[in-house]
Unconditional design. Structure first.
Length: 238
């Protein structure tokens, strides 16, 4: 009986410690973030939050299940498992991480706008946002002097290319140099939706045969059928 009591005490202590170690929303941090998103600034740059050491940002929307996201992204979110985001539709939860572990959280009101880049790891250097016309906060990058949106659904290793009115994100999934082809995903610039995910073959004039090299450098734009390259070649599906 005594052993059972001791085991019960130990078990209760462990549960209590886990509960006590849960992170609470940092009110000062939340105020700074909400003030930034309410401002007239063209770009909201969260990289400037330097009061603590962090390397990645994770944004969770209403009804997010922390346990599932922890497994999906291989993160240590043990100290925010008791957060009410799973049941709360009034906030977005900004989770700041260091080496894959949550170290600080901010429960940000949805009145500043929702985010399109949910459940993705965002590096500190990339945590720059703009507010779109519908009020959604979207990641943005400065590419060749142009502010380019990276809306939800576009992988972080995808790259942007455009010419005139042809603007898309491209993801090189694999390259078969010997057969001179590549598996490529193409995403819509405005919506982030996947347009194509197919194997493309490099086609060149008979007198200008070239192998696939650096597609990030070679790709110029997608014309709706072919991926045009910056030389006289193009990429075409079967």
């Amino acid at each position: 009986m005594r052993k059972l009591i001791i085991i019960g005490i130990i078990f209760s202590t462990l549960i209590s410690c886990e509960y006590l170690n849960q992170l609470s929303s940092d009110n000062s941090l939340t105020e700074k973030i909400e003030t930034e998103f309410k401002s007239e600034s063209e770009i909201i740059d969260l990289k400037n939050l330097n009061e603590f050491d962090w390397d990645n940002l994770l944004i969770l929307g209403p009804y997010s299940v922390v346990d599932n996201i922890e497994k999906e992204l291989n993160l240590d979110l043990e100290n925010i498992r008791e957060n009410g985001i799973e049941y709360d539709d009034s906030i977005n939860l900004l989770v700041f991480l260091k080496n894959g572990k949550s170290i600080k959280i901010s429960e940000v009101s949805r009145r500043i706008g929702d985010f399109s880049n949910l459940r993705n790891l965002i590096s500190k250097e990339s945590a720059k946002f703009i507010k779109t016309e519908n009020g959604t906060n979207v990641l943005v990058e400065n590419i060749n002097g142009k502010l380019v949106k990276r809306v939800g659904g576009i992988p972080y290793n995808a790259f942007f290319a455009e010419k005139e009115n042809n603007s898309n994100w491209f993801l090189i999934n694999s390259i078969h140099n010997h057969k001179n082809n590549a598996q490529i995903s193409i995403y819509d610039y405005e919506t982030g939706e996947l347009i194509l995910n197919k194997r493309f073959f490099k086609i060149c004039p008979i007198d200008e045969l070239k192998l696939i090299e650096d597609l990030k450098r070679e790709i110029e734009f997608f014309d709706g059928e072919k991926i045009q390259l910056k030389d006289n070649c193009y990429l075409q599906t079967n």
